[in-house]
Design a protein around this ligand. Structure first.
Ligand code: NAD
Length: 298
């Protein structure tokens, strides 16, 4: 089969001034995509801004013979998101791919979580994906083509101590991914997410010995595949790190059914309710409703 290529396509990668986003931008550009390298250039906690990191990555891409422009708008506001998409359209005339990757951390145990620790994290990770994807989506619908890859995290999918703000935002992105997959289907827009594991400035203090194996460049092949025309799936989430790729999914147990359900029934059948034997993976709310109707014998 032919190699994966992106000739003629335009990709926006947010937070691409360093870490994972830089690797995604470099890989997409090396495969022929014209890339908007977006990054506000702030600290890991979301303070400050600097055009330098986005400019440096765009320059590296051009030095390697690719096409890229830098953009230093923030994803955290609707105006910023619109401006990022405008940069793509002004520089390259279209947008085919959005990689929502920008992120910050403000970790704190929940009882100490103040609005200053909550709001910026939700604004960058969750609202940021809305702000950038929505103006791009309008174009994708018009052109009948688009690919969106968002960056979730095991912190939300599995739950990590001290990251209620971040984990909730990251799981919110899974919901956004699934809804947009449903809305994009008839316009050939496919929307998926990754939950990466990589050594970056965000994780350098957290990963200990494992970090050595977790080169961020080993995450980008999955992003590129999910961003490609040939990707066979939509609405899915892949965990990726150190060269391993696997799928996270939401499963549903066969459960317990009783049309006269009482609170004691729930207690007395709780093991059966939780039993994973014979679980299914509903593709959407329709599958869940179908399983319910079958259980009710209708
Ligand atoms: N590294 C990991 O193991 C890991 C694990 C799970 C999820 N993630 C996610 O991967 C993504 C990339 O993180 P990373 O590890 O490369 O860290 P990173 O800090 O190197 O990269 C994040 C980038 O986002 C940029 N950014 C922050 N706020 C922005 C804004 N408002 N607008 C535009 N750019 C902004 C930062 O300047 C930075 O360059 C993040 O969404 C992070 O939450 C990373």
């Amino acid at each position: 089969m032919a190699d994966i290529g992106f000739d003629g396509q335009v990709a926006i990668v947010t937070g691409a001034g360093g870490g994972l986003g830089r690797e995604h931008a470099l890989l997409l550009a090396s495969r022929g995509a014209r890339v908007v390298v977006n990054d506000i250039g702030g600290s890991v906690h979301g303070e400050g801004n600097d055009r330098g990191p986005a400019e440096a990555v765009a320059r590296t891409i051009r030095d390697l013979g690719g096409e890229a422009v830098a953009d230093a708008h923030s994803v955290a506001t609707p105006d910023g998101g619109q401006a990022i998409v405008d940069t793509a359209v002004e520089a390259f005339g279209r947008v085919d791919i959005v990689v929502n990757n920008a992120g910050i951390l403000r970790d704190k145990a929940f009882h100490n979580l103040t609005p200053e620790l909550l709001d910026p994290v939700i604004d960058v990770h969750l609202r940021g994906a809305f702000h950038v994807t929505r103006p791009a989506w309008v174009k994708m619908r018009e052109q009948g083509y688009g690919r969106v890859v968002s960056t979730s995290s095991n912190s939300g999918i599995l739950g990590n101590f001290g990251q209620s703000n971040y984990g909730a935002a990251k799981m919110g992105l899974v919901g956004l991914t699934r809804v947009l997959a449903a809305e994009g289907a008839k316009y050939n827009i496919k929307v998926n997410a990754i939950a990466p594991l990589a050594r970056t400035r965000m994780t350098e203090d957290l990963m200990g010995a494992a970090a050595a194996k977790l080169d961020p460049a080993l995450v980008s092949p999955v992003v590129a595949f999910l961003a490609h025309e040939s990707v066979p799936v939509t609405g899915e989430v892949y965990t990726v790190g150190g060269g391993r790729v696997a799928r996270f999914f939401v499963g549903m147990t066969p459960g317990y059914t009783n049309p006269e359900l009482s609170v004691e029934d729930v207690r007395d059948h709780f093991e059966q309710i939780r039993d994973e034997t014979g679980y299914s993976v509903p593709a959407g709310p329709g599958d869940e409703l179908k399983a319910l109707m079958e259980a009710l014998g209708q």
